[in-house]
Design a binder for this molecule. Structure first.
Ligand SMILES: C[C@H]1O[C@@H](n2cnc3c(N)ncnc32)[C@H](O)[C@@H]1O
Ligand SMILES: [Zn+2]
Length: 432
């Protein structure tokens, strides 16, 4: 007998070798998808009748700082440098491990509710984020943020902690947790330090998660310091490869795009954060055209200000139509692919598609809503009309985390109250 059968659903497989199934069934056993089709096994421990709904791969958020939910709406309408240096970093200096646990748990709850089944995170007190991932049932690629700032001692301490974290949690939560090295950015870490981090990642077989060319200020600072941009500096120290996840990648030249493509670097595009901090418009249309693996991320809740990847999909589609003056740029299906297939590829998770043998990470989206009626084209609705709050059921690794809008794995009220309290006390400490 199967564990879960989802029947009568519109199955959006995202599998390039298979089409969608208008009224199909998905069978889950031992955390994997064992059958998809019209005629399948009939009995299971849990049978979900998904009539009027879409079942699709869970969304993948490839760049966030989960615990920053505590800073949601804390410092808005500022430039990145001022925002980070004058507001966020001083506030982060007051963070405790407990705060990071509360903030991360709130983020996990928000992601479960809005259809995100895995995410990549870079932050501090990462044991706490890992514990929140373990408790919530989500899948994640986690890294301790390394901010050397040309201070050798700080660099060494950060790298030591990063290494401890990578080794302590690799493969934890029944394989749902992967760990990465997280050097913050080329303008906050020296080339020598970045080379050291790369070597550590190579030794541990871990990936690397880094912010790259988010702002013009970074580009100018790099030219001044090295006589070349971040992408070329990173390339020259041998940093790049398919194990690298580069967030933002806004200020790229055509030559930079070629380097990213050639080295198989995975890009996380964060359109809402880039728009809110007015960092610029990433050349996403060009990157996709040239075959760079571009995925989607929300960035942290201090620059978004939520973790809803449905909003991110719509924003990405609209932004690149506008920026290229081309309404055919980033059509709905391609944007869905960024949020599922490309994200899963970036994190190396064997998810992102509904296909036999893949891990069972999927969501059921309720289409019986006023704003989703009528429905001529499912991908169009998912990108242009739906929101995270239309997700009714979330499944990760074959386990139901939310069923019919009820979160099964966390005490929702308690998570909200404790995060609220942690945020208030944190801000009080910052202001005292
Ligand atoms: C891991 C570190 O990254 C910082 N951080 C959060 N958002 C951004 C961003 N858009 N660009 C650069 N750094 C950021 C966090 O505030 C933390 O200090
Ligand atoms: Zn970030």
């Amino acid at each position: 007998m199967a564990d879960i059968i989802i029947k009568n659903a519109y199955v959006l497989t995202m599998d390039p070798d298979a089409g969608d199934i208008k009224k199909g069934t998905v069978v889950i056993e031992d955390g994997k998808i064992t059958e998809i089709g019209v005629k399948t096994k009939e009995s299971a421990d849990t049978v979900i009748d998904a009539k009027g709904s879409v079942v699709m791969p869970g969304l993948v958020n490839t760049h966030t700082h989960a615990a920053m939910t505590l800073f949601r709406g804390y410092a808005d309408d500022l430039q990145l440098a001022e925002w980070l240096e004058k507001h966020i970093w001083p506030a982060e200096a007051q963070l405790t491990a407990e705060d990071v646990y509360r903030g991360s748990l709130l983020a996990c709850l928000e992601m479960i509710r809005s259809g995100t089944t895995s995410f990549a995170d870079m932050y501090f007190f990462m044991d706490e984020t890992a514990k929140a991932v373990e408790a919530s049932g989500l899948r994640a690629s986690l890294s301790h943020g390394l901010i050397e700032l040309w201070n050798e001692e700080k660099g060494e301490n950060d790298l030591k902690e990063g290494k401890r974290f990578v080794r302590a949690w690799q493969g934890a939560a029944k394989g749902r947790i992967k760990t990465m090295y997280g050097p913050h950015a080329p303008n906050t870490c020296s080339d020598e330090f970045l080379a050291k981090v790369k070597e550590a990642a190579r030794q541990d077989g871990a990936g690397l998660h880094i912010h790259v060319l988010e702002t013009e200020a970074e580009l100018l600072a790099m030219k001044e310091r090295y006589g070349k941009c971040s992408v070329h500096m990173l390339d020259d120290i041998g940093f790049f490869g398919p194990d690298v996840l580069a967030a933002h990648c806004v200020w790229l030249s055509d030559g930079d795009i070629e380097v990213l493509r050639e080295k198989g670097v995975n890009v996380s595009h964060n359109p809402i954060s880039n728009m809110k901090l007015a960092s610029g418009t990433a050349p996403v249309y060009k990157m996709l055209e040239r075959g760079v693996n571009v995925s989607l991320g929300t960035d942290g809740c201090a620059s978004n200000n939520n973790l809803d990847l449905f909003e991110e999909m719509k924003t990405a589609a609209l932004l690149h139509k506008l920026s290229t003056c081309n309404p055919t740029a980033l059509p709905a299906r391609q944007v869905l692919q960024m949020a599922t297939v490309n994200g899963a590829k970036a994190l190396g998770t064997e998810t992102g598609m509904l296909k036999t043998g893949m891990k069972a990470d999927m969501i059921i989206v309720d289409m019986k809503k006023p704003h989703l009626t009528p429905c001529f084209d499912v991908p169009s609705h998912l990108v242009y009309s739906a929101g995270g709050s239309d997700v009714r059921t979330t499944i990760v690794d074959g386990k139901i985390l939310m069923q019919d809008y009820r979160v099964m794995v966390l005490d929702e009220q308690k998570v909200i109250e404790e995060a609220q309290k942690a945020a208030e006390e944190l801000v009080a400490r910052v202001n005292s």
